[in-house]
Design a protein around this ligand. Structure first.
Ligand SMILES: Nc1ncnc2c1ncn2[C@@H]1O[C@H](COP(=O)(O)OP(=O)(O)OP(=O)(O)O)[C@@H](O)[C@H]1O
Ligand SMILES: [Mg+2]
Length: 236
């Protein structure tokens, strides 16, 4: 495997109960790339992300991360290995303050995770202003920044975001896009994101995988990541 490869997924099968959802997904990502996974509702994008980070068991196939086969590792072990995850719908601890939510990120980051609370506040100054506020009372955009900040605290090599722009006002979406690009530029973070928002995809994706019915069916790279092609894949 080339050494610049951070993630390599081969013929992945997974599902719920006896129902297969992922039906032979293959994809690979190089260090420092920002890669989008796009596709219509219900094709299995979130299922793929859960499988990558170990919240859903793999039935068949392999996930190789930083040249290690992680297919059988539990989610906590994958987090220690360098996966960071921001689920669809954000999922911050609503009763806890901003600061407390970030402390949970430090715990998850483990002894080898660099502790970066001040850095999180630099990328997301709004969180510093609101650090004593209870997370559940903040706007969707603020909660999304917090969910990203909590993942960032573990200093992940690979950050996986599931629909980061969903239900968030455009000015905050832009701020989040800028922050993601800064993570890559300043921390070397590799990013995989699921997205259905055309502007967000065009703003940050260098490459896109197209997902249809449990499989990756195409990819777009470079100039082919354009409005016409992306729109056609999302069937907007
Ligand atoms: N916990 C679950 N138990 C059973 N079936 C599920 C579960 N989660 C998702 N599914 C089913 O798996 C399929 C893929 O769902 P998934 O959430 O991965 O799609 P998605 O591409 O992320 O969709 P969306 O764009 O709406 O977020 C759907 O048919 C969905 O109903
Ligand atoms: Mg989803």
């Amino acid at each position: 495997m080339p050494t610049d490869r951070i993630l390599d997924v081969r013929e992945l099968w997974a599902g719920y109960g006896a129902t297969p959802i992922l039906q032979g997904v293959s994809m690979s990502v190089s260090r420092g790339e920002i890669v989008g996974v796009i596709g219509r509702n219900g094709v299995g994008k979130s299922t793929l992300m859960r499988c990558l980070i170990g919240l859903l068991e793999t039935w068949r196939g392999t996930i190789t991360f930083l040249e290690q086969d992680v297919t059988q590792l539990q989610a906590d072990a994958r987090a220690r290995a360098g996966f960071g995850y921001i689920p669809q719908g954000r999922d911050v601890f609503p009763q806890m303050s901003v600061e407390e939510n970030l402390q949970v990120g430090e715990l998850i980051g483990g002894p080898e995770g660099k502790k970066l609370p001040e850095l999180v506040y630099e990328y997301f100054p709004r969180l510093k202003e609101r650090r004593r506020q209870v997370a559940g009372t903040m706007s969707g955009g603020e909660q999304q920044q917090l969910a990203i900040g909590r993942a960032l605290i573990g200093n992940p090599s690979l950050m996986i975001l599931d629909e980061p722009s969903e239900g968030i006002q455009p000015s905050i979406v832009q701020h989040i896009c800028d922050a993601l690009k800064s993570f890559r530029a300043e921390l070397g973070t590799t990013i995989i994101f699921v997205e259905q928002n055309l502007d967000t995809i065009l703003e940050i994706a260098e490459r896109c995988y197209i997902m249809e019915k449990g499989k990756i069916t195409r990819s777009l790279a470079g100039e082919d990541v354009n409005a016409d092609n992306v729109r056609a894949q999302l069937l907007l």
